[in-house]
Design a protein around this ligand. Structure first.
Ligand SMILES: Nc1nc2c(ncn2[C@@H]2O[C@H](COP(=O)(O)OP(=O)(O)OP(=O)(O)O)[C@@H](O)[C@H]2O)c(=O)[nH]1
Length: 401
């Protein structure tokens, strides 16, 4: 652990009176490619009269932290929202996802100790950050759970995508292993904010949404100008503990999709997408969505084993060498007892947790699982999934595209 000298400085702002005394503080990670509008979204959140006491952690790469904190700082004397001013912590020593984990966590710990509880924590990452390792720091991390994790729970990962350059970025973004930063950010997020819709036409918006949806079919897409979004769609979403909002799994043959967007008269609106493809390749990242049958104990155990093998050994059970790379997985699984389980995974870390209070559903629902990553189709994932969890593929009823 670094000593206090190495811990990024805490910028003091007028504190609001604490309202929170127990319960863990939800943390939202805001990621998105360079210039997509992360700070703009942050400012939009801070200036809304929501009444929450928010701690902001800004992880800047390079020497822009002072500029950013000024941009986002809403506590200037001229600002009528000053009374809602927040705690802003700069992590400017490098990128939290790759180089300053220890000092970053220490600084956040210190913030919690000094300032007590907040209602919410917002963490803005650098434009090139991969949200996966950062999410892992705050979720399912034993070391963390005995320290800072006692006070913080990961609420969700929000990705801001630039409506002007996002499509181009996704198409160009093809790093050596075929998974560039913008694709990782979209793949690793729970909600997508498609920002700057004031600058593009409807056709470009739809094209960009199609690409986003192809990478991450599980994440709802909300169109915004200057991050203007209903905060209930991005904060307090409990993405890591509640069932994912999966699109319906499509059965049978798939065809090239064309959306009917005639209903879309206003580009700046909340927009949850339900296009046809459930498995779509883009620059090396694809997604696979399958329907999961109601499972007895044996098949439930087999599903767990299947997930472990896929995530930890990067391969499909009973197949050869590992060529898979799963960046994100989500799912909802129903047991024959009526219990439902939520699957949440970020890279190699996953959790299959019982959904409390759902045992009494009269008609058990089929489950669904979404994998996002690389090499899914090459490994005939679907057939293997069916083989391991079901009597036959017919029962599983899933399909890939
Ligand atoms: N026209 C328009 N401009 C926007 C919108 N959102 C943000 N901008 C502008 O886009 C530029 C970048 O926005 P920021 O919020 O700083 O982007 P960022 O993602 O925080 O940038 P980095 O931290 O450098 O990655 C700024 O000039 C914003 O004013 C929008 O919806 N419409």
């Amino acid at each position: 652990m670094e000593d206090d000298e190495d811990i990024p400085a805490l910028i003091e702002h007028t504190p609001a009176s604490p309202r929170r005394t127990s319960a863990r503080v939800p943390l939202t990670i805001i990621c998105g490619f360079l210039g997509a509008g992360k700070s703009t979204l942050l400012k939009r959140i801070l200036t809304e009269r929501h009444g929450y006491r928010i701690a902001v952690i800004m992880n800047e790469f390079g020497d822009t932290a002072d500029i950013e904190s000024k941009t986002v700082n809403v506590s200037s004397p001229d600002d009528p929202t000053a009374e809602q001013s927040e705690e802003i912590l700069e992590l400017a020593n490098g990128c939290l996802c790759c180089s300053i984990k220890d000092s970053g966590v220490a600084a956040i710990e210190k913030l919690m100790q000094r300032k007590g509880a907040f209602d919410h924590i917002l963490l803005e990452t650098t434009g090139l950050a991969d949200p996966g390792p950062i999410a892992s720091m705050f979720w399912q991390n034993e070391e963390f759970a005995t320290g800072l994790g006692r006070d913080i729970s990961l609420d969700g990962v929000i990705c801001v995508v630039d409506a002007v350059f996002g499509k181009q970025q996704m198409e160009e973004d093809h790093s050596e292993d075929g998974i560039g930063e913008s694709l990782r950010q979209i793949a690793g997020s729970d909600v997508i904010i498609l920002n700057k819709v004031d600058l593009v036409d409807a056709e470009k918006l739809e094209d960009t949404e199609d690409l986003i949806h192809g990478i991450n079919p599980a994440a709802p897409i909300h169109r915004t100008t200057r991050g203007n979004v209903d905060l209930s769609l991005i904060m307090g979403i409990s993405a890591f503990t509640s069932p994912p909002q999966l699109q319906p799994a499509h059965l049978g043959h798939h065809h090239a999709h064309a959306h009917d967007h005639d209903h879309c008269t206003d580009a700046d609106h909340t927009h949850t997408h339900t296009p046809d493809p459930t498995h779509y390749e883009l620059r090396g990242i694809s997604s696979l969505q399958v329907t999961c049958p109601i499972l007895d104990q044996t098949r439930f155990d087999r599903l767990d084993e299947w997930i472990r093998t896929v995530l930890w050994e990067n391969r499909i059970p009973e197949s050869g060498s590992g060529t898979l790379q799963v960046l994100r997985c989500k799912g909802l699984v129903t047991r024959d007892s009526g219990e439902q389980y939520v699957l949440q995974g970020v890279r190699s870390i996953y959790d299959l947790a019982k959904l409390e209070g759902r045992e009494d559903i009269s008609v058990p629902q089929l489950g669904k699982i979404v994998l996002i990553g690389k090499g899914l189709d090459e490994n005939k994932s679907l057939e293997q999934f069916c083989l391991w969890t079901c009597a036959s593929p017919d029962i599983a009823g899933g399909t890939a595209k």
